[in-house]
Design a protein around this ligand. Structure first.
Ligand SMILES: [Zn+2]
Length: 166
């Protein structure tokens, strides 16, 4: 019982890729640190792909959750959808979000990658057809590995119990 990483930990380490929900352009991933803000429905990243464009106009927020903050809107370069915002001035509570890329959770689709070596740049360079196939493969592999993981965990638990008993 001395495996270096448990299946559980490994699963949590898999990076996620974020896409524009409208056109499926890859806009970011979780290889860099991520902050999720549920009340604002935002995922905040240190960096995004070059498919995210920053608009110049500065907007003062009028919603209660981030009242008093101002931001530049972020749009998808491919389809011009609103994707999020970069806060330039924030209240104390939202300090962590300042000058980072905050993307609207509801405007994104996302999935977990099966290999840390696959970056958004690779995906951007591929053509759409093979990319779609790749995505399907990843989803299939993910389902398989999840079911394997839970079986391994069960076996480990049982083994631990047996060792404790003897
Ligand atoms: Zn788009």
């Amino acid at each position: 019982m001395n495996s270096s990483t448990s299946p559980d930990e490994k699963n949590n380490d898999l990076p996620m890729v974020f896409q524009c929900e409208n056109c499926r352009t890859v806009v970011g991933d979780t290889i860099c640190p991520v902050i999720a803000n549920n009340s604002l429905r935002l995922i905040t990243l240190d960096k995004v792909t070059n498919k995210v464009r920053i608009r110049e106009k500065l907007i003062s927020s009028s919603s209660s959750a981030d009242l008093g903050s101002s931001y530049n809107p972020l749009i998808c370069e491919t389809c011009n959808s609103d994707l999020g915002r970069i806060y330039r001035t924030t209240t104390f509570q939202l300090d962590d979000l300042r000058n980072k890329y905050s993307l609207y959770i509801d405007r994104l689709s996302f999935y977990r990658l099966d290999s840390g070596e696959m970056t958004s740049e690779h995906l951007n360079n591929g053509n759409i057809q093979s990319y779609k196939q790749l995505e399907q493969e990843i989803l299939k592999l993910q389902a398989v590995s999840v079911s394997f993981n839970s079986r391994i965990i069960q076996l480990e638990e049982r083994l631990k119990e047996e060792l404790n008993l003897s």
